[in-house]
Design a protein around this ligand. Structure first.
Ligand SMILES: Nc1ncnc2c1ncn2[C@@H]1O[C@H](COP(=O)(O)OP(=O)(O)O)[C@@H](O)[C@H]1O
Ligand SMILES: [Mg+2]
Length: 209
């Protein structure tokens, strides 16, 4: 999915948090967003994902405004993963259950992602009783389960160790290769954007520079 931003402005009361004249996230590409704390990275992701509808300007998805059908193809992984107080496997399956996917297919995808992210031994644990790094992997598995056409990641490896970081990056590579999804990833790590991203944009005080 291609995402075009046109004359995008976001105010928090009087504060102009985003001001982007014209930018296109290209289809099938991994774009990194970098910039210091408070630059507007999360604000931008929240708008592009459709979570925040309170902005000025246009965001076009393959040339069209957001609608219910497109919304179902977009997934955002938050910096602080939110998991339900249910088993990990139910957390991963949740978006598939609400999309009424066949039970056997849900089981298959859940297992496949758990293997890829090396969280098979967590599947029967409770979502609120695992570590922060583990939760980040589970949140990513839940996002990938629906095979989104647009995947938005907010610092997905900020609180994890080196081994988990490699696992997550490998998983993203495989997902991207298999689906050619558009991925937008906020990262503070320039080596990570070198490894993962085809393009990088820098945000500074809400502007692309
Ligand atoms: N809900 C909010 N209300 C008021 N100001 C906010 C809110 N969310 C973010 N901001 C402000 O907007 C700016 C951009 O925030 P954010 O997008 O979270 O930055 P980043 O993710 O790049 O660190 C910051 O100055 C922040 O304080
Ligand atoms: Mg942020």
């Amino acid at each position: 999915m291609e995402v075009k931003l046109r004359n995008l402005k976001k105010f928090y009361k009087d504060y102009l948090a985003l001001d982007i004249g014209d930018y296109t996230f290209k289809k099938g590409i991994i774009t990194g967003i970098m910039g210091s704390n408070g630059a507007g990275k999360t604000t931008l992701l929240n708008i592009v994902s459709g979570l925040d509808l309170d902005f000025q300007g246009n965001v076009l998805y393959d040339g069209e405004p957001l609608d219910e059908r497109k919304q179902k193809e977009i997934t955002q992984v938050f910096q602080k993963p939110f998991l339900f107080k249910r088993k990990v496997k139910d957390n991963i399956a949740y978006p598939l259950v609400i999309r009424k996917i066949d039970k056997e297919e849900i089981r298959r995808r859940t297992l496949e992602l758990a293997k890829l992210l090396e969280i098979e031994d967590l599947l029967d644990k409770m979502g609120n009783q695992i570590s922060g790094g583990e939760a980040q992997k589970v949140a990513l598995a839940r996002a990938l389960a629906i095979r989104p056409k647009l995947l938005l990641l907010d610092e997905p490896t900020s609180s994890i160790d080196q081994k988990a970081l490699i696992t997550i990056e490998n998983c993203l590579h495989i997902f991207h290769r298999n689906t050619n999804a558009t991925i937008i990833i906020v990262t503070h790590d320039a080596t990570q954007s070198d490894r993962l991203c085809d393009e990088v944009v820098f945000l500074e005080r809400g502007r692309i520079c």
